[in-house]
Design a protein around this ligand. Structure first.
Ligand code: GLY
Length: 359
């Protein structure tokens, strides 16, 4: 078992990583939420038949009254309508401020349930039990919770830290290869922005089976980077922006594929390849970096090039949240393991992207 503590003042919480942890969820939640009587468990139609029974049984054994709510799986679930439905059901179930919410599932479940927890009764405790690789290494840690609006993804949200994060690596066994690879894009990202040794470790394990053989180390390393970043910059005004490496261009790919053709991870993988070439073009990035990233991404089944059309690229750059007026902050690498924010004019970015990516 591995444990990390996210040491935010007054809101410290543990991340626990252990095979078989779902069965022990009750004891762990009891420790983190000693006053809670009821737990409102949110999950989706994919996860419900796989893991809800085990988690609910464990929570009940620990003395909690458990209320479950499930919605149809998919990004579309992260909408205002489902949020309101959750609020109403939480109130109908008699949830009080000392009770808790449990998010059991991937990033969509965590974001929606977390935002409901952040807002119901002006905020109740919640526990993340992420069951996808992407949620385990990224979205379940750090307290960003949100729903999507018609104007874009994650536009209504909050920073609301969980009380506890429980990761059972065994839950990754039921992911499709494509979903597993999507999560690997974020794993590779941590190597790129923070830890050259970890990048080399991934490069030496070019298959899902090899990664799974060391999955506790992989999860721990990624969450440890995220922990350090969040402790220094919870509100995403400085260091946390480094986690955006590959995301600006990645968002263009997601947009072009109407959020269905390319998963977030696939788009980020191709986005990291473009960002690396952009860094070389700007003289910021070591020239060997693009090929190194491409090799690792390709070996783990991720796309390294996506054609999104120039209009979509321009639109996505205009929508980027790391934009202020005409300026945009791109996250570039100096070398593998060392990222830095580079502020530039949007037009200059587009000129360079046009040169390396083409119309
Ligand atoms: N997923 C990026 C962040 O948590 O800041």
């Amino acid at each position: 078992m591995k444990t990390l503590t996210v040491a935010l003042p007054g809101r410290a919480y543990d991340i626990r990583i252990e095979r078989g942890l779902l069965e022990k969820a009750g004891e762990a939640v009891r420790e983190a939420c000693p006053k809670a009587k009821r737990l409102f468990v949110v999950t989706d139609s994919n996860v419900l038949p796989l893991y809800l029974g085990r988690v609910a049984d464990s929570l009940k054994k620990a003395g909690f009254q458990v209320i479950c709510h499930s919605f149809a799986a998919g990004e579309k679930a992260k909408c205002a309508e489902n949020l309101v439905a959750l609020w109403e059901k939480m109130m109908a179930a008699g949830l009080t401020r000392t009770d808790g919410v449990v998010a059991l599932g991937g990033g969509v479940v965590g974001d929606l349930a977390g935002f409901a927890a952040a807002t119901i009764l002006r905020g109740v405790d919640y526990i993340q039990i992420p069951t996808t690789l992407l949620a385990q290494v990224d979205s379940s840690v750090g307290g960003k919770v949100a729903i999507d609006l018609q104007a874009g993804k994650n536009l209504a949200g909050a920073f609301w830290q969980p009380k506890l994060v429980l990761m059972d690596p065994d839950t990754l066994d039921t992911l499709t290869d494509a979903t597993f690879s999507g999560g690997m894009a974020e794993v590779i990202k941590y190597g790129c922005i923070w830890d050259k040794n970890f990048f080399d470790f991934l490069a030496a394990r070019p298959s899902r089976a090899q990664i799974m053989a060391d999955i506790e180390h992989v999860l721990y390393t990624c969450c440890d980077v995220k922990r350090q970043v969040v402790e220094e910059d919870e509100r995403d005004t400085g260091k946390r922006m480094l986690l955006n490496f590959g995301h600006t261009v990645g968002h263009a790919f997601e947009l072009a594929g109407h959020y269905t053709e390319w998963s977030h991870g696939e788009a980020v993988a191709a986005g990291m390849c473009v960002a690396a070439r952009l860094g070389v073009a700007l003289g910021v990035t070591d020239t060997a970096v693009p090929q190194d990233i491409l090799n690792v991404a390709a070996s783990l089944g991720l796309p390294t090039h996506i054609d999104c059309g120039w209009e979509t690229m321009v639109q996505a750059v205009g929508l980027d949240k790391k934009r202020t007026g005409d300026d945009i902050t791109m996250i570039l690498l100096e070398r593998i393991g060392k990222a830095k924010p580079v502020k530039m004019k949007k037009d200059v970015l587009l000129e360079h992207l046009n040169a390396i990516y083409g119309r």
